[in-house]
Design a protein around this ligand. Sequence first.
Ligand code: SAH
Ligand code: SF4
Length: 346
Amino acid sequence: MSSSLIDRLEADHVLPADAFLTLLMQQTPAVQEELARRARAVRERIYGKTVYIRGLIECSSFCKNDCYYCGLRRSNQNAQRYRLTEEEILQCCAEGWQLGFRTFVLQGGEDPALSPDCVARTVRAIKKRFPGCAVTLSLGEHSKDVFQIWKEAGADRYLLRHETASDAHYRRLHPAQMSLLHRKQCLWDLKALGYQVGAGFMVGSPGQTKAHMVEDLLFLYELQPEMIGIGPFLPHHDTPFAREPAGTCQETLFLLSVLRLMFPHVLLPATTALNTVDPHGRELGILAGANVIMPNLSPTQVRKKYLLYDNKACTGEEAAESVAQIDRTLQKIGYSLTVSRGDPVI
Ligand code: SAH
Ligand code: SF4
């Protein structure tokens, strides 16, 4: 039964909703292994055994939003707030460039002090000082005009997880001022402007059902993003979801493999959250079909302040200083890091 569903998924890249639901209900180790084996084969046909790296620079922990799951939400009075200056960001890039990073991801809360012009200036400065690099932004929801200013400044990619494609579930995760419709509109605007776009969702977020996940898969199929970020939900002690259970490594791996079969060319990271929930999350993610990792390039003293969730993996191996060590870990499972911008293979 599941094997014929996997055949269909590999051939058609999508399933009807009821068939997706059936597949998601069958998360046995045998099905998981079969999915991962097929996902690896598809990924190796297109990307070989190479893994792309992106340097993550957490540029601001200020946020005007109040997402119930996130430690940076504005109601969290205990969050430590900081904002990197342009010079500090360029310094992070310089260190990353030395280490072989050719993509820099500027991620942060929706910080009103990071004006459109200020971000555009920083993007221009990075592109000028590091010719040939790619700049990815992940700075939340903005107007199409603002996205356009950043595109014209040289930004190549934008990561904006849709978080959940279900209206009812979106309401469970966000206060009334935020809107799924607007978030989805941002993704369509980014596409129209020519960005490489990344969407995605948390696995195991409070109230999430398998039916919601099917909606996520079908929304992603409609959007056809170049990148997809998924990772387990992890509780943060100073949020309304402090006592909610975390998403699992196993379910995240299952979905990574499903996504690889749906989107053979997609750039799919094994995320920090996956590495936080399981110390081998990164390798397991790669073995499930992921082909990107995003080590942390932020200055060491701010890493602990950018706390979306508790127990964030942000020392030792997670940090960019140990790129060589990450490479060694990957080589043990037959993969290796590559120095490149890491654009999707079309
Ligand atoms: N402010 C921007 C970017 C920073 S948040 C934005 O929201 O798009 C980046 C991602 O972190 C979010 O999209 C969300 O999926 C994830 N995240 C936030 N809190 C989390 C938590 N408690 N557990 C796991 N992932 C979380
Ligand atoms: Fe802000 Fe992003 Fe956290 Fe929501 S998930 S509170 S938008 S940083």
